[in-house]
Design a protein around this ligand. Structure first.
Ligand SMILES: Cc1cc2nc3c(=O)[nH]c(=O)nc-3n(C[C@H](O)[C@H](O)[C@H](O)COP(=O)(O)OP(=O)(O)OC[C@H]3O[C@@H](n4cnc5c(N)ncnc54)[C@H](O)[C@@H]3O)c2cc1C
Ligand SMILES: *[C@@H]1O[C@H](CO)[C@@H](O)[C@H](O)[C@H]1NC(C)=O
Ligand SMILES: *[C@@H]1O[C@H](CO)[C@@H](O)[C@H](O)[C@H]1NC(C)=O
Ligand SMILES: *[C@@H]1O[C@H](CO)[C@@H](O)[C@H](O)[C@H]1NC(C)=O
Ligand SMILES: *[C@@H]1O[C@H](CO)[C@@H](O)[C@H](O)[C@H]1NC(C)=O
Length: 522
């Protein structure tokens, strides 16, 4: 036993004497000096795990993976990479030799969390090492301090234990807090509470220069608003202070079917309107198309056949999805709201369906879909997803041109299509995230899977046609989770905010090391 231990100690010691080779993108090899005291992983399985993402389209090998046990390690790495030290072998040149990308859960679509030839920082390691815990609910239960590598499902688990909860969610909870805050974090609660980036009080960030900074609307506001929706460009978030509120215990979850597009959008817009507030807690929408897979699993067994026939008869059915939270004490109020919905909404009579589920199960509903698809081998397939925000004023044109003109006209479609309105007023324009300039805009998600008869390139061609149609028709969309490779597309995307974005890059990550997989500054 003692002998084994000392052999391990000896081996560890010998390894620690060997500087680590990092193969940079530019073809210059850089050695991490021993004095940095950083252990990086370069074994094939670590490299290969960090090279892939959910999109399953790109595959970019990093030179190494850092599994940090403290934020200080990440700061050391970035200080070294940004040239604060000049350790490159045989040279006093302090210029950087490698890029660095934080990786949360790697649920990006196009290699956004990759660092070709550089170092991927595994944020899960940092969350696991967090003291006293990855999620710490404040004494007054109004916020939680969360390690950025934590998954939202873990935040939920820790919060509900204290009968509180974050207020706004993504559809899927196995995403890291740092990853969604770098984009926006949107879902069915966004119309009321704003995106996840609007529900953060404070952040700890390590900038591209390796400086550890705490920021908030009052402290270092430029960094705070910059990193929210900032696509990982200004720093690595290590901690986020997330707003909490009372956690309900149960949810009435409804899917309501429409054959008429105008009735569908009229009702959706009425329900998200604060002037006309019926108090639903969640609102989304989906399309069911007869040339796609019609998923009837939500509906009671005895109704599935007639739902499927409705879709076949109309070719397209619009599904309004709403939820109302409740506790035993609020149940009578809920019944009243549902009664009003039943009487006033313009759905196809007889096609309103309801489930009554625990709050946790409602929020975690996509996990069930993942497990189903996984068991069929349909989860780890290419995902040429297209997500965008469409101004309300043009939603009918979008529907006619894209949904009817392009999608319904195809022999087949794949995956889920999200289609729901949300409000602009809960978004802060100081943040880096971009949305259309209209009070109400639609969230559209073409969440397609390739495989079988459809390859991803074919689906990507349809995506290009959708974008082209919007351009040609002057529909001023903003893409979400986009991946542009041409600088002019990024400049167009950020519009009036581009100069500010660039200025912040120079201020916080002057060597342009961070999240190179976004392809903004390469
Ligand atoms: C099944 C599924 C469902 C989804 N549903 C929704 C949804 O409903 N709403 C929604 O808004 N989004 C949704 N998304 C998209 C998701 O929010 C983004 O892909 C998000 O980036 C995923 O988080 P991640 O931890 O996997 O990020 P990663 O892919 O690991 O990273 C994303 C980007 O952020 C950077 N980054 C990661 N962590 C940090 C950090 N701590 N500090 C700074 N930068 C960092 C990375 O370098 C990279 O550029 C969904 C994705 C999937 C796969
Ligand atoms: C190196 O880092 C480890 C933690 O990763 C720490 O325990 C150790 O004390 C450090 N060594 C030196 C010489 O700083
Ligand atoms: C990140 O670290 C976690 C925890 O150690 C590990 O389970 C996971 O596989 C790692 N991810 C990658 C991409 O290396
Ligand atoms: C896509 O996923 C499959 C299955 O996990 C894997 O074998 C393949 O290497 C992945 N391809 C890319 C480009 O990530
Ligand atoms: C549908 O597709 C056909 C054949 O590709 C094409 O001629 C027709 O114009 C399309 N219809 C619409 C509405 O785009």
């Amino acid at each position: 036993m003692t002998t084994n231990l000392s052999i391990i100690t000896l081996i560890t010691f010998l390894i620690s004497l060997t500087p680590t080779l990092i193969k940079s993108e530019e073809g210059i090899d850089v050695f991490l000096p021993i004095s940095l005291n950083l252990t990086v992983l370069t074994d094939p399985s670590s490299i290969s795990a960090a090279s892939r993402d959910f999109g399953n389209i790109t595959d970019e090998n990093p030179g190494a993976v850092l599994c940090p046990s403290s934020a200080a390690e990440v700061a050391r790495l970035l200080r070294f990479a940004s040239g604060g030290f000049s350790y490159r072998r045989g040279s006093n040149d302090p210029s950087p030799g490698f890029k660095v990308a934080a990786r949360g859960q790697g649920h990006s679509l196009r290699g956004q969390a990759s660092a070709p030839g550089g170092i991927v920082v595994n944020m899960t390691c940092l969350a696991k090492a967090a003291k006293p815990a990855a999620v710490v609910v404040s004494a007054d239960r109004t916020y939680a301090d969360v390690a950025a590598g934590t998954m939202w499902v873990e935040v939920l688990e820790a919060a509900v234990e204290r009968e509180v909860s974050p207020v706004t969610w993504t559809d899927y909870l196995y995403l890291s807090v740092g990853g969604t805050l770098s984009n926006a974090g949107i879902g069915g609660q966004t119309f009321r509470h704003g995106p996840q980036i609007s529900n953060v009080h404070e952040l700890d960030v390590i900038t591209g220069k390796g400086e550890m900074m705490t920021c908030s609307p009052n402290l270092n506001p430029e960094l705070f608003y910059g990193v929210l929706g900032g696509l990982g460009q200004f720093g690595i978030i290590t901690r986020a202070r997330i707003a909490l509120d009372h956690a309900p215990t149960r949810v009435k979850w409804l899917r309501i079917l429409y054959s008429d597009f105008s009735a569908f959008t009229r009702d959706q817009e009425r329900l998200v309107s604060m002037a006309n507030d019926l108090g639903v807690d969640f609102l989304e929408g989906q399309l069911m198309m007869s040339n796609g897979f019609v998923d009837t699993s939500f509906f009671p067994l005895s109704d599935r056949t007639r739902v499927a026939s409705l879709v076949n008869d109309h070719r397209i059915i619009y599904v309004l999805e709403v939820a109302k939270y409740y506790d035993t004490t609020t149940l009578p109020i809920i019944d009243k709201v549902i009664d009003i919905l039943t009487r006033t909404l313009g759905f196809v009579p007889g096609f309103m369906f309801m489930q009554d589920v625990p709050y946790f199960d409602f929020l975690n509903r996509v996990r069930i879909e993942e497990e189903k698809l996984s068991s069929l081998g349909l989860w780890e397939v290419p995902h040429p997803w297209l997500n965008m925000f469409v101004p309300r004023s043009r939603i009918l044109d979008f529907h006619n041109g894209v949904i009817k003109g392009l999608l319904l006209n195809r022999t087949s479609t794949s995956g889920v299509t999200l289609f729901y309105p949300t409000n602009r007023h809960k978004w802060n324009n100081l943040m880096s995230a971009m949305i259309p300039e209209e009070d109400v805009f639609y969230v559209i998600g073409f969440l397609q899977s390739a495989g079988g008869s459809q390859n991803w390139q074919e689906l990507e061609n349809v995506n290009d046609k959708i974008i082209q149609f919007c351009d040609d028709s002057g529909i001023k969309i903003k893409e979400y989770l986009m991946h542009y490779t041409r600088k002019e597309d990024w400049i167009k995307h950020f519009g009036a905010k581009w100069d500010d974005f660039l200025r912040k890059k120079i201020m916080f990550d002057p060597k342009k090391l961070l999240s190179p997989g976004q392809d903004i500054f390469n």
